[in-house]
Design a protein around this ligand. Sequence first.
Ligand SMILES: [Zn+2]
Length: 169
Amino acid sequence: MKRHKDYTIPYTGLKIGRHEFEFKLGNSFFEQFEYSEIGDCDIFIDVTLEKQATMLVLDFDIEGVIVTLCDRCQEPIEVDIEATEQLIVKFGDYTGSIEDEILVHGPGEHELNLAPYFYEYAHLAMPPKRVHDSMDQCNQDVIAYLSGTDDDGDDDDVDPRWEKLKDLK
Ligand SMILES: [Zn+2]
């Protein structure tokens, strides 16, 4: 993975105390990841970093809009996301992690690359169900097809993508 300089906080030079950082994620951020479910989006992440003598405590405030596909009709829709996360980096003798949210940084570490965390947090913030607010806003052709009212009995020219959707119902 690239070094993601834009999403890296060099913390060695920071004074003890609170520091604020602002990040913005868009399409270009997520397209660097092979398996991203997120494409077009506007995501703002406020990071409050509290540097203590023995650790860093990072609080993330995540807010934004993601364009994804409606689960019901597969047309693009915008979903709002909002989440808070916390990450702790303890200063230790080695580099590793204790738990998902607790890292250990050895003496040779000087910076924290937040890109993989931003990627994970944005995906976690996506609602499990992503649909248009009402059925009326969905693509009616797809809805009609799925409900079977548009079924003329000729299965030969069914769009394979729609066939797949049927299984998801
Ligand atoms: Zn829809």
